[in-house]
Design a protein around this ligand. Structure first.
Ligand code: ATP
Ligand code: MG
Length: 395
C-alpha cells in the first residue's frame, strides 16, 4: 500500500509504504530503486500541488491547539500575510467563542469525525467570518489522538444571505400581522357603529312608526303604510345585527372561542340543509385572544366553503387540546376539493386559512379526495410568540 505522509513542517513528504518496499527488495537493482523513487517524488509533487492549490482551506492541528500545517487557501481566508505568522497562532485564538472549539473537539474525540461544523472565527485584521469545518481525528497505534486534519470553507456570504432572508421573512410576517390586526380593529369598529348607532336609530324610527300606526285612523292607508314601515324597520334591524355579528361576533370577545364556534355551527345548521355538528372542548380560558380570532376566522372560511361548494350532507367542527397545541377540524362528507384548486394560488380562501395559521407559527392541512369529503385541520401551539394582534386591545 502507498501511504503519503507530510511532516509537521509541511514541506517534507515521505512515503513509508514505498520505503518499506525498497528495504524489502534489498537485492533489487539500482534501476528499479531509481524508478520507485521517481514515482515517490511524483506522488509527493501531486500531493503538494493539490494541497497548495485546492480552493478550500486545509489544515492539521494538534489537540492542544497548535497549528501543524495550513494550505495557502486557509491562510488567505484568514487574511494572514504569510504562513509563518499563521502557524504561530494558537487554534483557540481563531474562535469568536472558545466554547465552540471545545464542542468541535468533543465531537472529534467521541466520533472520530466532525462534519459541517459552522462556527464564527476571527481573521488577522479582526474581521469576523463564518466558516464550515469538517475534520477527522488521526490516532496513533495506542489510540491516542495525535492530530486533527480537516477542511475549512468560508460561508460568510451564505450566512449573510440567510440572515437577510430571515429578516425579510420576519418583516413580512410582522407586516401581515399588522394588516390582520388593522382588519380586525376595523371590523370591530364597523360592527359597533352598525350595532350601536344605526341599531339605535332604527329602534327610534320603529317606535315612531308604531306611534303613527297606533294613532292614524284616517285615511286608512296611513296606518297600513306605517305598519309596513315598522315591518321594514324590523327587517333592517335584523339585517344590521346579522352584518354586525358577521363582522366580529360579540360572543367571541364576550365568551371566547368555544361558544363562538358553537354559535357559528348552529347558525349554519339553521340556515342550510347541511346537518352541522360541533364537538368543542371548553378551552376558552387557555386560548389567547389572537389564537381565538385566527381559529374563528379559519372555521368561518372553511364552513362558508362547505356551504358554497361541498354539496355535503353533514359537517362537523371540533376543537380539542393536546399537551402543547389546540387542534381545530372542519370536516364534511361532500364532493371534495378538485386537486387543481388545492394548490391554486388564486384559491384565496384556502390561502388565507393557511396564512392565518402560519402567522401564529401553526400549520394548516387540507385533506381532500374527489367524492370523499374534505377535512381542514389547523394546529396552533399554546406557547405563542408575544401577542401582536387580536382583540386584546379591542376592549
Ligand atoms: N369543502 C369544500 N368542498 C368542495 N370544494 C371545496 C371546498 N372548499 C373549497 N372548495 C373548492 O376550492 C376552491 C377554492 O376555495 P377558496 O375558499 O379558496 O375560494 P372560493 O371559496 O371559491 O372563493 P373565496 O373564498 O375567495 O370567496 C373553491 O372554489 C371550491 O372549488
Ligand atoms: Mg372560500
Amino acid at each position: 500500500m502507498v501511504v503519503v505522509t507530510m511532516e509537521s513542517n509541511g514541506r517534507t513528504i515521505t512515503n513509508r509504504g514505498i520505503q518499506a518496499e525498497l528495504r524489502g527488495r534489498g537485492s533489487g537493482t539500482t534501476a528499479t530503486a531509481g524508478r520507485i523513487e521517481e514515482e515517490l517524488l511524483q506522488a509527493e509533487r501531486r500531493y503538494r500541488s493539490l494541497f497548495d492549490h485546492v480552493p478550500v482551506g486545509l489544515y492539521r492541528t494538534t489537540p492542544d491547539g497548535r497549528i501543524l500545517d495550513a494550505n495557502p487557501a486557509l491562510i488567505q481566508m484568514f487574511g494572514y500575510p504569510d504562513r509563518e505568522s499563521f502557524l504561530a497562532e494558537g487554534v483557540a485564538d481563531f474562535y469568536v467563542d472558545p466554547e465552540e472549539r471545545k464542542r468541535g473537539q468533543e465531537i472529534l474525540e467521541r466520533e472520530g469525525v466532525m462534519r459541517n461544523f459552522e462556527v464564527r472565527c476571527r481573521c488577522y485584521d479582526g474581521t469576523i467570518i463564518w466558516v464550515k469545518d469538517s475534520a477527522r481525528a488521526v490516532r496513533d497505534d495506542s489510540g491516542r489522538v495525535i492530530y486533527y486534519e480537516g477542511v475549512t470553507e468560508d460561508i460568510t456570504e451564505r450566512k449573510r444571505a440567510e440572515e437577510q432572508m430571515k429578516r425579510a421573512t420576519e418583516a413580512q410576517r410582522s407586516l401581515a400581522l399588522k394588516v390582520l390586526d388593522a382588519q380586525e380593529q376595523e371590523r370591530l369598529h364597523i360592527a359597533r357603529e352598525l350595532h350601536d348607532a344605526l341599531g339605535q336609530l332604527l329602534t327610534a324610527l320603529k317606535m315612531e312608526g308604531e306611534w303613527i300606526a297606533h294613532h292614524a285612523d284616517d285615511p286608512p292607508e296611513v296606518r297600513r303604510i306605517a305598519e309596513d314601515l315598522c315591518t321594514h324597520l324590523d327587517e333592517a334591524m335584523t339585517l344590521v345585527k346579522r352584518i354586525s355579528y358577521g363582522l366580529r361576533p360579540s360572543v367571541l370577545d364576550d365568551l371566547g372561542i368555544g361558544p363562538a364556534l358553537e354559535a357559528l355551527v348552529a347558525e349554519m345548521d339553521r340556515r342550510s340543509a347541511i346537518r352541522c355538528e360541533a364537538a368543542i372542548e371548553d378551552l376558552s380560558e387557555r386560548i389567547p385572544p389572537e389564537t381565538a380570532t385566527v381559529l374563528y376566522r379559519i372555521a368561518q372560511e372553511a364552513l362558508t366553503n362547505v356551504l358554497r361548494h361541498s354539496q355535503a350532507r353533514r359537517a362537523c367542527v371540533s376543537l380539542v387540546a393536546r399537551a402543547r397545541e389546540v387542534i381545530l377540524k372542519i370536516e364534511d362528507d361532500g364532493c371534495g376539493i378538485p386537486e387543481e384548486r388545492l394548490e391554486d394560488p388564486t384559491s384565496l380562501g384556502l390561502a388565507s386559512m393557511r396564512e392565518r395559521a402560519h402567522l401564529l407559527e401553526g400549520e394548516l392541512v387540507i385533506a381532500s379526495r374527489a367524492g370523499q369529503g374534505t377535512t381542514v385541520t389547523a394546529r396552533i401551539s399554546f406557547e405563542l410568540p408575544p401577542a401582536r394582534f387580536g382583540p386584546r386591545r379591542l376592549g
